[in-house]
Design a protein around this ligand. Sequence first.
Ligand SMILES: *Cc1c(COP(=O)(O)O)cnc(C)c1O
Length: 482
Amino acid sequence: MKEIRWMSDEKFPLEMHKARVVQKLNLLEPEKRLEAIEEAGFNTFLLKNRDVFLDMLTDSGVNAMSDKQQAAMLQADDSYAGSETFFRLEAAVRMMFGTKFFLPAHQGRACEHIISKSLVNSGQSVLMNYHFTTSKAHVILNGGKVEELISDRGKELNSTEKFKGNIDISILKKRIKELGSENIAFVRMEAGTNLIGGQPFSLKNLEEVSEICRSSNVTLVTDASLLADNLHFIKTREEEFMHMSINEISLKIGSLSDIIYFSARKLGCARGGGICTSNENLFKKMQALIPLYEGFLTYGGISVREMEAIAVGLEETMDEDMISQGPIFIEFMVNELVKRGIPAVTPAGGLGCHVNAMSFLEHIPQNEYPAGALAAALFIVSGARGMERGTLSEQRDENGKEPLADMELLRLAMPRRVFSVSHAMFVVDRLHWLYKNRHLVGGLEWVEEPDILRFFFGKLKAKGNWPQELLNKFKQDFKNSL
Ligand SMILES: *Cc1c(COP(=O)(O)O)cnc(C)c1O
């Protein structure tokens, strides 16, 4: 990427695009924000978007599309079988990963469903750098077990490690030996490791994992949902591969993996998903399930218009200017938080800015969900909606025991090309106020707790009257403004 310099020391992220379609935002009165979050059971997933000012819940399906993507949608070829649109998408995938076969599926978790159903036998283990909520749920539903082998440095919230998403190579070797390849369904590497703060793996690490898998006859599956960010980090942080183009790096990742799948709600900035492989046996196994669960092989449950948008989105992902936008905004926001002494995950990753709720709200024990409480508190004082990524996002074991998450994070997703510097600064300002008043925030307890993926639609309530007290102090300090 070409470097842009500033005269002053103050550095702002610079957008390499301009807005040509906009959406009006709505900032509710503070009392209404409190009412809305109470009604949502203190779960930001259950808020209505009309009540939300800045939607930083997720980067999924809410990234801004380009003019070229919108234009391509008009040419969609709407046939059930053999659609021209499918062949355009297949060609874009091949350009990116160099894989022979492509299976469309309606989103990332649908790919996980197909992969786990095809590859996981009861009692087998899946070894991975780190789990993602839906990827783990599908392995378990098929009778498998998940083992996370992320390197120790990956779990440190603040470090100088550039690739916190790396798997621990010596533990991987050891576990493959101990378990025997017949007891391992596959090894899964997640790009831009979501639940530890959008942290990348290095290409070197993937090379080593691939070599080990191939020599021990274990299938390597790469989850490329957050690959755009990971490609940016390889290109800017990994000395050894900086000379390669983004496309050369993505092709290399394709050649190292046996299966690559992705959520096109993130990769490609549209809505859909897909599974890529060059292995004919694996392809045939998975292919049989697509018409059953997703739709015919040339659409897989995705709208043809979205498929056109994904094809262009994948081509645009090969552009460094484009994929740098998310990470440079996130880095800016993290730096602004750190300047104010607010605990955030460092180095900055992709997908969003992650606040360390365990240290922000030291006085709240993990079983009272500090990250969930922080998400609710931030909504009350700003109308910005983040997401809990901590113990609430875990699920109880077979004995009903609640595992405590390694980290309690409030994730403030930065949908790609959506927000501006002033939006980022507004959230930083409100978090700063909240940090100074953190003693006012209390814990949460369950009112309705679903068994599976409870964070999506579970309902909670505040322990005590803290939300009202927080609101009172906010109104006093901000002199009844918004
Ligand atoms: C979002 C995501 C998924 C699931 O994708 P959906 O399209 O939301 O179903 C899987 N893996 C990772 C790493 C993700 O970030």
